[in-house]
Design a protein around this ligand. Structure first.
Ligand code: HGY
Ligand code: MN
Ligand code: MN
Length: 418
């Protein structure tokens, strides 16, 4: 067991300026003019971010490798090379109008924790590995959490690689292009044992900031179901076609959405119902729409309620489609997750040892930790972000809070790795 001194050493060796500098260097990759970040999964910007992290890791003497779905692993050796490693990490891809901290913070805080262990001269029995999971956001390729879902066996590799983006490029082709730029990168097998997993992330909600707390111990993640809806009507002339003879895919989609809102939006405002993508074809002002495609993101903390609400989507869509045809496909489903108490106890204990006040809270946002929880004892740490704003260019967090989270993460990882 590492004595208190060495664990304290890890936290004390966390360097706020170094952490902030790396975060800002990463934010420059895919930077938007409005201060946000647009770094699509498996894009050249993502490749650039990967090589930035790999470069920092190699400079610190860590082994770097990738796996068949492109997850990036940075390994700090332990005394027992055969012991199952402790993992930490998050994701490098962002939303199209993303911020500088969603995902990036968990990767850079994890790197900072490993760097601090080096600076403090700490040796751990188990290896500690930092992971940047492929395609957590699911904005370009669906489903999201693709890398962690394949790693944990929740999604077949071939299914993931067959995902197609809006330009018709497959994840397989995009990944090959990224790996072509990393000829020196070692490839490791998809399966691997994990002793425990801890992910640091900004809260993406207002609770910690409102309560003036620098840290959250995350107790779990709400459930989430994604659907793709396709409404098929018939193109017609906007000027000559009477309403009675139209099969207007937009008007049908409009009726479907109205019906879904009536059924799914609750008074208590607990259910989260989002239509983030809505495409009308052919998209000409004077042609009656022939086809509409839209996505549904449906979330709820209660498993039975999420099942009940989600199972209504297809029947309701069918009943409101009128003369048009409609297909509803569920593209991902993750049940609510409760994190492992032993890991949360280690994290709370680490916070106490670092003198950091905290509270427990659930996560409204999805994370790779949701998949890791099925494979190994898993926990998460949150740090506050301004106004709880995320998936928005204005996303921001204070350097001191980011360093505090990295200190508690370092403490917790050292304890878990002994
Ligand atoms: O959608 C989510 O909850 C995550 O931020 N990707
Ligand atoms: Mn995230
Ligand atoms: Mn996100």
């Amino acid at each position: 067991m590492a004595d208190g001194h060495t664990e304290q050493g890890a936290a004390a060796a966390v360097d706020e300026g170094r952490l902030w500098g790396r975060l800002m260097a990463l934010a420059a990759v895919g930077a938007r003019p409005d201060g946000g970040v647009d770094r699509p999964a498996l894009s050249m910007q993502d490749a650039q971010a990967r090589s930035l992290v790999a470069g920092w890791a190699r400079d610190l003497g860590f082994a770097v490798a990738t796996d068949p779905i492109g997850n990036l692993f940075v390994r700090r050796a332990g005394r027992d090379p055969d012991a199952a490693p402790v993992l930490t990490g998050s994701h490098l891809d962002t939303q199209p109008m993303g911020g500088r901290f969603d995902g990036a913070y968990g990767v850079i805080a994890g790197l900072e924790a490993l760097h601090a262990m080096n600076d403090a001269g700490i040796s751990t029995r188990r290896p500690v590995e930092l992971v940047a999971w492929t395609n957590e956001e699911g904005a370009r390729f669906q489903p999201g959490c693709m890398g962690s879902a394949v790693f944990t066996g929740a999604l077949a590799l071939e299914t993931a690689l067959a995902a197609v983006d809006r330009d018709g490029m497959t994840a397989r082709e995009a990944l090959a292009a990224v790996l072509a730029g990393e000829p020196e990168m070692a490839i490791r097998p998809a399966d691997a044992a994990v002793h425990a997993y801890v992910e640091a992330h900004i809260e993406q909600g207002p609770v910690l900031e409102e309560e003036g707390l620098p840290l959250g111990i995350v107790t779990g993640i709400q459930g989430c179901r994604w659907f793709a809806v396709e409404v098929t009507g018939e193109a017609a002339h906007a000027g000559t076609t009477p309403r009675a003879r139209r099969r207007d895919a937009f008007m049908a989609a409009h009726a479907i959405v109205a019906e879904l809102r009536r059924a799914l939006e609750d008074e208590a405002d607990v259910t989260r119902f989002t239509i983030g993508r809505f495409e009308v074809e052919p998209g000409s002002p004077n042609t009656v729409p022939a086809r509409v495609f839209f996505t549904i993101d449906l979330r709820h903390p209660d498993a039975a309620r999420l099942t009940d609400l989600g199972d209504r989507v297809a029947p309701l869509a069918g009943s409101a489609a009128g003369g048009c045809a409609v297909t509803v496909t569920q593209t991902s489903a993750s049940a609510p997750v409760v994190f492992a108490d032993p890991v949360l106890r280690v994290l709370r204990d680490a916070a106490v040892r670092c003198g950091v006040p905290f509270r427990d809270l659930p996560s409204g946002a999805g994370h790779d930790a949701g998949y890791l929880a099925a494979m190994a004892p898993t926990g998460m740490l949150f740090v506050p972000c301004a106004g709880g704003v995320s998936h928005h260019p204005a996303e921001s967090a204070a350097p001191a809070d980011l360093a505090t989270g990295a200190r508690v993460l370092a403490e917790g990882l050292v304890r878990l790795a002994e």
